[in-house]
Design a binder for this molecule. Sequence first.
Ligand code: ADP
Length: 466
Amino acid sequence: MKVLIVASEVNPFVKVGGLADVAGALPKALANLGCEVSIVMPMYRQINLAEYEVYEFIKTLDVPLGYGNETASIKRVSLSKDIHLYLIDNGAYFQREALYNFPDDPRRFIFFSKASFELAKILEPDIIHCNDWHTALVPGYVKYYWDKKQVGTLFSIHNLAYQGLCERDMFIYSGLPEVAFNPEGVEFYGKFNIMKSGIVYSDMINTVSPTYAEEIKTPEFGCGLDGLLRSRSDVLVGILNGIDEDEFNPQIDRYLPVRFSVDSLEKKEENKRFLLSELGLIYDRNIPVVSFIGRLWEQKGIDIILQAIPELMSRNIYLIILGTGSEYYHQVLSQFKEQYPDKVSVNLKFDNRLAHLIYGGSDFLLMPSRFEPCGLGQMIAMKYGTIPIVRGVGGLKDTVRENDTGFVFFDYTYNALIESVDRAINLYNDRDRLEKMRKRIMLEDYSWGNSAKKYLDVYDRILKKR
Ligand code: ADP
């Protein structure tokens, strides 16, 4: 089967969040199952092709948009015999200091989607697999303009909260036909909702965990699209993400000072010692390290972490934070760092190496998310014997079981968070139980092999429908 995966970020080329992990790992797992996989992504300034394989220029592609044509230069990197990465190069849109958060993001990703669609016409895959709003127009273009051999479309929702909502002039720029601009199509209260194109026009839809697939059909998690998602529930499924075990594996991790496995768990302690000394904290075997890695936005529960910190500081723990996000959270966290210099480490940056050291050297990973489509941190942590403390939503609920593979709380309050940290501290003080839980979580299977099979089933289901 020929699959074209369209994504706005792909690990290890560029990564902002979990989407990149998925777009980087799923192709390898699909190729292992016999698929021929192409990936298409924007050629950002941050991508240093020289670091990877040799790349070839394929062609200059006309991209019809608005009332004229734009162009994309297409480059290709062969990642293996069965996996090819296509890069959509257009300096005006992608040679910038960051991947996202520009006022013209809708225009940039409409361009990317249209260019990907034009490329798909050349590659003629069996399935086009799109991801999040940045690529959601592709199923719309396929519905209205595909004139090649039949193709199926899958739209994956990694995060419903970002929808690419913009003004109607962007709809005109997109080139979708006028009939698409109505509430059954891509209109959302007079505006153009790019994500709706993926939900309305694709053959099937999936989210990245079974629980999130249910949650988004409710007003609480539906971000205004729950009604539409309920109407498509017959083609909406949840498939849990896996993790990339080439990258996240304590036995071969190139960043860890001391590698370890479930049979040499005592070496984890050396990683804790190293982590604390690197962050300027004093190692003490009796003090558990509780860490947080992630974007500093409300979604990740950072507001209840901040409320909990003063009381948590009365416990004998270290707290390590790694993340970037809103300026407000940067400031408040920096203040806590000043207030508790011997107990808190705040690292306001994106740092893959430090993330690995934290997964390896921490005792607990905190993920008190308000909502969580899948969440990779908890699964990565488990591979390193680091016990997750999570709020029971979305993929966190699907992966963490109370007192078995971690600690789970449900109320979105700092009190509930503190209570779950207290349960974790109790466990920490009982070495026997601690070691048993660590071993148990390290043996959980989060390999991509399982999830890739489920994606393949969905692709098959789409092709049979046609
Ligand atoms: P999301 O996609 O919502 O940001 P996920 O938990 O699905 O959250 O994935 C986040 C991924 O990004 C994980 O691999 C996590 O380790 C990584 N990550 C998040 N923030 C940072 C950071 N500041 N430095 C390094 N890695 C980070």
